[in-house]
Ligand binder design. Structure first.
Ligand code: FAD
Length: 585
């Protein structure tokens, strides 16, 4: 052991908290580097999760500013946009993963490979567990914090459909491996002389439930694989038996993209003979087939049930709360936590209903509450009504005032003024306010220059919905992580005194930092030797090979390290020269 003090390795933690568990407030690597040693007296910042949000946060912090501990059951960061490519062997899984310990070392943070099960916001304790993969034994313990950031992502939405145990999901490295194993096993079984034609067709039928970006990209990658590599290495007769199906409940795939982009994607898939089953809702998954409903062509008010057999079925239909998110939302409860999909935060990303400046949530597990409607109506009362001549009766009752608000008709100028005030009040949502003017034009077309109270309310509800449902994307998680990292850095830079000195309104975050503002940079998706881009108000781009190379470059530039960039480049080169390695890893 050289000069290592072996006695220091035997830490004996105190016990406590509501469940009288061991409380770990020191780690074996507390003094391994000067930054770690220096930070041991600093506020304890515990980050939960090792995904897009948490890693962006860690990278934005200044090492040594906080005593940082990252807790996650995954000891790697996964570059999810490339997961479909890695699943079919275009890239290797190790090329799209970065060891968390490497990221932690750069940020002078401790890493604990465990899951957070619960947070006691009063006692400031996180209940964690670590499961031994061999014995199955579980160790439970608490980790105390001064500030906690929840970035635990989300799970896949099952929509209550029966039989999902027969489906694959695509969120983790293990999911990707099991899809790859199944694909290889199906191909090998289909190539056996003893396998019947019908069974071969079933084995080579790939069904994707969900026409969002992940489902579409996975369908495109499987199509590429079958088209480009299958014929080279497996009997050619199998090629004609392969089928790829996408079942989508809406009338178009990629329906969150611009209409022209989803049209292009549908045309492309039709051209590639990918079977698009739109306006189709999965009702049940059986061991070897998916049952879905469609409107009866003879009587559209009625539904008919159809089925498609599969050898592999991918379930990719939106997001749901992870167990930790569920428990946080349940424990805090209404009125602070009322959203069924995510933890609600204020625009400073603080979890609503927790002590100020102690608990934050970022990424897919969170949503920002903005109250556009309430704020707009308050502003409406105070600004718009105040600017109009009141009736002679100055003793107006609240009921009478309310009645006058309901009776008003706003002019274009008034709506614009209201929008400007709202924009200042809710700065995180300004992107979406551009749309208020557009929406007003739509309403205006029918209403000759004025908007009634009920129309205004309808319009604001629409905006509210769009703002609170920020997309569950790496882009958003990354922006929130960077924002929070910079804010915590700023708070640390004002020094320890800042924690003790009262700040205006007692709100340290708002006193020293602006609220989070989401900047939508666009959506992109891979379509099989083609890609589509939707840059919002800056337009769209759809293209074949050129699109694919732009798509690759966009993600190549976003890799978290030079190591992953080098590995990805090597994989693409290898695939270009020798084709995909298609073996079960
Ligand atoms: P995640 O990145 O999901 O990370 C969550 C982390 O929390 C993980 O490390 C997990 O192990 C950990 N964790 C879970 N439970 C616990 C717990 N109890 N305690 C502690 N840690 C826990 N987005 C895009 O913008 N562009 C794309 O092209 C794109 N493609 C995608 C392709 C696929 C296949 C998938 C699955 C997603 C894709 N996304 C894409 C979405 C994007 O990956 C997510 O929006 C993003 O990962 C969210 O980041 P996050 O930090 O919130 O959570």
């Amino acid at each position: 052991c050289g000069d290592i003090d072996v006695h220091a390795l035997a830490l004996s933690p105190r016990r406590g908290g509501p469940k009288n568990l061991p409380i770990f407030d020191s780690w074996l690597d507390d003094t391994d580097t000067p930054e770690k040693a220096e930070s041991s007296s600093k506020p304890r910042l515990v980050v939960l999760g090792s995904g897009w949000g948490s890693v962006a946060l860690l990278n934005a912090l200044k090492p040594g500013d906080y005593n940082v501990t990252l807790i996650s059951p995954s000891n790697y960061f996964l570059f999810t946009p490339m997961l479909p490519s890695a699943t079919v062997g275009t890239l290797e899984l190790r090329s799209i993963t970065e060891p968390v310990r490497r990221i932690c070392a750069a940020a002078a943070a401790h890493f604990v490979n465990a899951s957070a099960n619960n947070i006691d916001f009063k006692e400031r304790l996180i209940e964690c567990s670590q499961r031994d993969p061999v014995t199955g034994d579980t160790v439970n313990f608490y980790v105390p914090y001064d500030k906690v950031v929840v970035g635990v992502g989300c799970t896949t939405n099952t929509h209550g459909v029966k039989g999902l145990q027969y489906c694959h999901f695509l969120k983790t490295v293990d999911d990707s491996k099991s899809i790859r194993n199944q694909l290889v096993a199906n191909l090998e079984k289909a190539a056996l002389p003893s396998t019947s034609i019908d069974e071969r067709k079933r084995l080579l039928s790939f069904v994707v439930c969900g026409g969002g970006p992940t489902g579409v990209e996975m369908a495109a990658e499987v199509y590429d694989l079958m088209n480009e590599d299958l014929a080279k290495h497996y009997p050619k007769a199998l090629r004609n038996l392969v089928s790829v199906h996408v079942i989508q409940s809406r009338s178009a795939i990629l329906n969150t993209f611009d209409h022209s982009v989803s049209e292009y994607a549908m045309e492309r898939f039709k051209h590639d003979n990918i079977d698009l089953l739109i306006n189709s809702r999965v009702v049940e998954v059986k061991e070897d087939r998916v049952l879905f409903s469609q409107a009866d062509p003879k009587d559209p008010s009625k539904k008919i049930i159809k089925e498609v057999p599969f050898g592999l079925c991918l379930w990719s239909t939106g997001v749901d709360q992870s167990p930790l998110t569920k428990s946080i939302v349940k424990d805090i409860g209404a009125p602070n936590q009322t959203n069924r999909r995510a933890i609600e935060t204020d625009p400073q990303l603080r979890i609503l209903g927790t002590p100020e400046g102690q608990a934050y949530a970022i990424g897919d597990c969170s949503t920002v509450r903005t109250h556009v409607l309430d704020t707009a109506l308050d502003i409406l009362k105070s600004h718009v009504l105040a600017s109009r001549p009141f009736s002679a009766n100055t003793q107006e009752t609240p009921e009478a005032l309310e009645k006058r608000v309901h009776e008003i008709k706003l002019t274009v100028g008034e709506v614009k003024r209201l929008t400007a005030v709202l924009q200042k009040t809710l700065p995180d949502s300004s992107e979406h306010f551009v749309r208020i003017d557009e929406l007003f034009q739509e309403y205006d077309a029918d209403h000759s220059g004025t908007l009634s109270y009920s129309e205004l309310t309808k319009m604001l509800k629409d905006v509210d919905q769009k703002i609170t449902s920020l997309p569950a994307t790496a882009q958003r998680a990354n922006q929130q992580g960077v924002y929070l990292g910079k804010k915590l850095r700023k708070i640390a830079s004002i020094g320890a005194a800042a924690y003790d000195t009262p700040v205006p309104y007692g709100d340290i975050d708002a006193a020293y930092y602006k609220p989070f503002k989401y900047k939508h940079l666009g959506n992109l998706a891979y379509l099989g030797n083609a890609a589509v881009f939707d840059f919002g108000k800056h337009g769209t781009f759809t293209g074949g090979l050129l699109g694919m190379y732009i798509w690759r470059s966009a993600y190549f530039s976003q890799c978290v390290s030079f190591r992953t960039r080098a590995l990805m480049f090597q994989d693409w080169l290898k695939r270009g020269l020798f084709g995909r390695d298609f073996i079960a890893p």
